[in-house]
Design a protein around this ligand. Structure first.
Ligand SMILES: C[S@@+](CC[C@H](N)C(=O)[O-])C[C@H]1O[C@@H](n2cnc3c(N)ncnc32)[C@H](O)[C@@H]1O
Length: 206
């Protein structure tokens, strides 16, 4: 099953092995020297991509919400069944060293001040059923989220508003191609204070 609206763009580099069929079959939306953006149904596109041809997939799929959005979200309870056909192709098209990064928001259970588990279930399904590895989990802090559900947050005041999306970094093997060198930050003074110095006096910081 595929949702209806199609806003997600795919940026594909023209010379990469495995893309030629896409370039022949699909109209593209924008092009630069770095590649082309396709604007279309991602399921249709990914099903036509070659096996083991992709280094990185970054996606913010429709979230499993209790209240449906215009672009056609599925219910949180049906989310895994909806995602499975995508998961098959996401796993198939990735190279052994490739990564799949999924930005996903949480949901509340209908009529209750409790959270749905669908995004955790998705993670477990992708690892246990499809063989992905959880390379790392990230949490995108978005303080601009509205104070909802109003019933629990602003009327009864028994919950606080949601403020993060989960970002699951999954890989086909435990050793995806990766480097942290372009995102390094200086050590803070309190971190510096905590760093041990080995018994022979060597500073262990890298
Ligand atoms: C959760 S939203 C992503 C929001 C986005 N991360 C942002 O911050 O604006 C999901 C998006 O996926 C699009 N979408 C839904 N089904 C799709 C499909 N089959 N192919 C491509 N895009 C799709 C929707 O139109 C919507 O824009």
């Amino acid at each position: 099953m595929v949702t209806r609206a199609t806003q997600i763009g795919f940026i594909l580099r023209p010379l990469r092995r495995g893309m030629s069929r896409i370039f022949e079959q699909f109209e593209w939306f924008h092009e630069t020297s770095n590649g082309r953006i396709f604007n279309g149904d991602s399921f249709h596109l990914i099903s036509n991509m070659r096996t083991s041809s992709v280094d990185l997939i970054v996606t913010s799929p429709p979230f499993g919400l209790v209240r449906e959005k215009d672009y056609g979200n599925v219910q949180a309870d049906e989310y895994l069944d909806w995602f499975r056909p995508f998961a098959t192709h996401l796993h198939r098209v990735l190279k052994k060293t490739g990564s799949l990064v999924i930005d996903i928001g949480g949901a509340w259970n209908k009529g209750l001040p409790t959270r749905h588990l669908y995004h955790f279930k998705l993670l477990i399904m992708l690892c246990e059923e499809f063989g992905f590895h959880l390379a790392q989990d990230f949490y995108w802090w978005n303080p601009a989220k509205l104070p909802t559900p109003a019933e629990w947050v602003t009327i009864r005041r028994i919950r606080v508003k949601d403020a993060i999306n989960k970002v699951w970094w999954l890989s086909k093997t435990p050793w995806p191609k990766a480097s942290n060198r372009r995102v390094l930050q200086p050590y803070s003074s309190s971190m510096n204070d905590l760093f041990p110095v080995s018994t022979n006096g060597t500073d262990l910081r890298l």
